[in-house]
Design a protein around this ligand. Structure first.
Ligand code: DX5
Ligand code: ZN
Length: 235
């Protein structure tokens, strides 16, 4: 019998809430505290109302950590920048369906560049919009806030899509992982895990935690362990 205990829950700290003056140190600290990957939020001031970083920052972080770097592109025309981010060191690139009129082609481009392709949905975008590409992606990112800023409150209705996707993955024997991003913290962890997430992106809950990165990661891991027995099996 499957149990969730057999399924690994990964933590992906989002550097959006890190201190950029000491970015390398903070990423190293997250790694030594047990992070599984590093999540880099790229915003263009057009698709989302904020501007963050480009390939330069991925290149700067690449020698700092052994963890895979995943790049979350919240930009229009992402196909123009995929190559640069992969070359800079991104192991996975996730694009929003809302920005990709030729989604199949864009995902192929990510794979051809040498990174794992993944796709992201805003809270109000229906799950069915990525149904045609499910076999093409290694990961689906379900946004649980409207993207643009760290530290926002979770929009719980988006978790219904996590539940439905978990069911599709099981029924179709798919391999892709489910990642959740936005408002994930100690208080919302139980509902996110119960819905069926594999990977938890967390910015404020890790980098803006009062007690520091180490303590925050420890508390999150402990809570994940505590919740495991109550959870349904994977896929
Ligand atoms: C939001 C970004 C997130 C953000 C999450 O647009 O995609 O990755 O950093 O931040 P928290 O965990 O603070 O909601
Ligand atoms: Zn993100």
């Amino acid at each position: 019998m499957d149990t969730r205990a057999e399924r690994e829950i990964l933590i992906a700290p989002s550097i959006l809430s890190a201190d950029f003056g000491r970015l390398g140190e903070e990423v190293r600290e997250a790694e030594s505290a047990g992070a599984d990957l590093i999540h880099v939020d790229v915003m263009d001031g057009r698709f989302v109302p904020n501007i963050t970083v480009g390939p330069l920052v991925v290149r700067a972080l690449r020698p700092v950590t052994r963890l895979p770097i995943e790049v979350h592109l919240m930009i229009e025309e992402p196909e123009r920048y995929i190559g640069a981010f992969v070359e800079a060191g991104a192991a996975l690139v996730t694009v929003h369906v809302e920005t990709c009129p030729h989604l199949h082609r864009t995902l192929e481009q990510i794979r051809e560049c040498g990174a794992a392709p993944a796709v992201t949905l805003n809270p109000a975008t229906p799950l069915i919009s990525l149904e045609p590409v499910l076999e093409q992606v290694e990961q689906v990112l379900i946004m649980t806030v409207d993207p643009g800023f760290g530290g926002q409150k979770m929009i719980p209705m988006a978790l219904d899509k996590v539940r439905s996707l978990r069911r599709w993955i099981k029924e179709r024997g798919l391999n892709c992982r489910i990642e959740v991003d936005g408002g994930v913290n100690l208080d919302t962890l139980a509902q996110v895990l119960d819905a069926g997430a594999d990977i938890l992106v967390m910015g404020a809950a890790i980098f803006a935690a009062d007690g520091g990165i180490q303590e925050a990661m420890g508390a999150l891991r402990a809570e994940i362990q505590r919740l495991r027995p109550a959870l349904a099996g994977p896929g």
